[in-house]
Design a protein around this ligand. Sequence first.
Ligand code: PMM
Length: 281
Amino acid sequence: MTSLDRTLVMGVVNVTPDSFSDGGEWFSADAAVAHARELMADGADLVDVGGESTRPGAERVPVEEELRRVVPVIRELVAQQIPVSVDTTRAAVAAAAVESGAVIVNDVSGGLADPEMYPVVAGTGVVYVAMHWRGHADVMDQLADYDDVVTDVGAELRQRVAGLRSAGVADHQIVLDPGLGFAKPGSANWPLLARLDELLAEGFPVLVGASRKRFLGHLLAGADHVPVPPRQRDAATAAISALAAAAGAWCVRVHDARGTADAVRVASAWQGGRTVGEDAR
Ligand code: PMM
C-alpha cells in the first residue's frame, strides 16, 4: 500500500445504524463486506471499518457491541485480501482488529479516549492515525475555541506524538490528521486545508478526512442557506481530494471512492507533468 507514488484512497465502511453521512445503510456484516468490495472496485486502496458513529451529538456504543459489529467484517475482508484499517477509539477494539488482520488503527481521539491505546499500538507495530480531537461527539461542538486553528491543532498533535513516542511507538508508525469537523467550527476547516503544508512540516504522513462533512454542505448551500445533504457533497469531496493530494497528503478518507480515485490520479499526473521535458509537448 505505502509503495504507491500517489495519495492513497481509504474507503469508509461504517458498520453503524446511525452514521450521519451514509444513514446506516451498511449495518449488517454482509452488507458491509459487499460495500467494501464495491469501494475497492471503485478504486479504493484500502477500507476503514468503524463500529461507532462519530456524528456530532452521537451517543457511545458499549465495547462488546463495537466488537460484535467490526470483528466479523474485518475477518472476512482480510480473508478476501482487502487491506483494512479499523476506525476506533478503544484499545480493546484496536487489539482485536489487528489480531483479525487490520493493518492500520485509525483513532479519531488520537489516544485521548483510552489510555491503553498507545501501549497496544506500540505492542502491535501497526500504522496509527492520530487525529486531532478534543472530546467525544456529545460535547465536541462546545470545545471549538482556537487562537489560530492551524497552530493550535499542530501544537496539540505534537503532544500526541510525544505521548506515542514515550509509549514506545516508532515514528514510522505515526500518521497525523487535522480532524476536520471534530471540535471545529465550519470556518476552521478551510485554514486547516489551505495550510496543510504546516501540518506536513511536522514530518509525518498526513491523512485528510473531509468526505461529506458539514462544512461542505454549508459551502454548497443555495440562496436559502440550507446545507446540501451529505450525498450531494461527493464532487466537492473529490475536489478536496485532488487539492489535498497535490499538497502532499498521504491518504484521503472518503465515502465515494470513484471520484476520489480519479482525483488523486489527476493530482499525481499533474505533479508528474513538472518533470516532463520539452520533447513531450
Ligand atoms: N472522520 C470521521 C470518522 N473517522 N477518521 C479520520 N482519521 N479522519 C476523519 O476525518 C474521520 C475519521 C467522520 O465520520 P464518517 O465516517 O461518518 O464520515
